[in-house]
Ligand binder design. Structure first.
Ligand code: ZN
Length: 243
C-alpha cells in the first residue's frame, strides 16, 4: 500500500493534516511535485517531503523558484510574485533538493508525472487531452497500468470509471486501463473543495484499488500566514473556496 500526493504549494497546515491521515501500513508516499510556490511555508514543506523520504518529481513551481533564469512572464502576476517571495525564503539545501529532482518517475507498472505523460508542463484539463496522453502512454510505456499526474489541482480519473470524483470513494482500476489518476491538490485545491486530497493505492488482482482521501485542515491558519508574509491576499482568499 502506498499514497500519492501532489501540489502541496507551501501549505504546511494541509501537508501536516494529510501526513496525520495517511493510514498505518502505508509503505511510501509519492509526491508529484509543486512542493512550494503560493503558500507561506516552503522550507517546512520541503523538510517534510525530505524527512519522509518521499520519492518525488519536480513541478513547474519547484523549477521556477530554483532556476533563476526562468522567465516569470510565463506565470500570472500573482504566481510570479509568490515565486519571487519563495526564492528569498528557500534555504540553499532545499533549493538544491528541488532543483535536482527527476521530472518523471516509473516504478514497474506505475508512472508518476507532474503535468502529463508527454509534457511535464501540460495541463490535462479535459477528456480530449486525457485521450491524447493515454495514447502516448500506451505507445511509449506499454507496461504501465496507472499514471499519476497533478498540476491541475483537480481530482480526476481517465478513462472515468463512474463520473466525476465527488466524495471519498474507492475505485477498482483492474480492467479497461491504462488509467490516468490525479489525486487532487494538498495545498491549493481548485475544484471547489476546500479540503486537502490525496490517494491511497493498494494492489488488486489485475490492477490497483485507488481510495481518495479528503482531509480537513486549519484553512484559517494557512490563510493568516500567507497574509502575514505579505504574499498576495488572493492566495489566502482562494483557500476558502477551493478555486
Ligand atoms: Zn501546482
Amino acid at each position: 500500500m502506498y499514497a500519492v500526493i501532489s501540489d502541496i504549494h507551501g501549505n504546511l497546515e494541509a501537508l501536516e493534516a494529510v501526513l496525520r491521515d495517511v493510514p498505518d501500513g502505508t509503505e511510501r508516499i509519492y509526491c508529484l511535485g509543486d512542493v512550494i510556490g503560493y503558500g507561506a511555508n516552503p522550507n517546512e514543506c520541503c523538510n517534510l517531503v525530505r524527512s519522509f523520504e518521499m520519492p518525488a518529481i519536480s513541478g513547474n513551481h519547484d523549477l521556477a523558484v530554483t532556476d533563476l533564469s526562468t522567465d516569470l512572464a510565463w506565470f500570472n502576476p500573482v504566481a510570479a510574485t509568490a515565486i519571487e517571495w519563495t526564492r528569498q525564503q528557500l534555504t540553499e539545501e532545499n533549493t538544491h533538493f528541488l532543483r535536482t529532482l527527476l521530472r518523471i518517475m516509473q516504478e514497474e507498472e506505475t508512472l508518476f508525472v507532474h503535468g502529463s505523460v508527454r509534457d511535464p508542463d501540460e495541463y490535462i484539463v479535459n477528456a480530449a487531452v486525457a485521450q491524447e496522453n493515454l495514447a502516448v502512454l500506451k505507445k511509449e510505456y506499454p507496461d504501465v497500468q496507472v499514471c499519476f499526474f497533478g498540476h491541475t489541482h483537480v481530482k480526476a480519473i481517465s478513462p472515468s470509471p463512474n463520473g466525476p470524483i465527488t466524495g471519498s470513494e474507492t475505485l477498482d482500476l483492474t480492467s479497461g486501463g491504462p488509467y490516468l489518476v490525479n489525486p487532487g491538490s494538498v495545498g491549493q485545491p481548485r475544484d471547489g473543495d476546500t479540503f486537502a486530497s490525496y490517494v491511497v493505492v493498494e494492489d488488486a488482482p489485475y490492477g490497483v484499488r485507488v481510495a481518495y482521501r479528503f482531509v480537513e485542515y486549519d484553512v484559517a491558519k494557512a490563510q493568516a500566514k500567507i497574509r502575514a508574509a505579505g504574499l498576495p491576499a488572493m492566495l489566502a482568499d482562494r483557500l476558502a473556496y477551493g478555486r
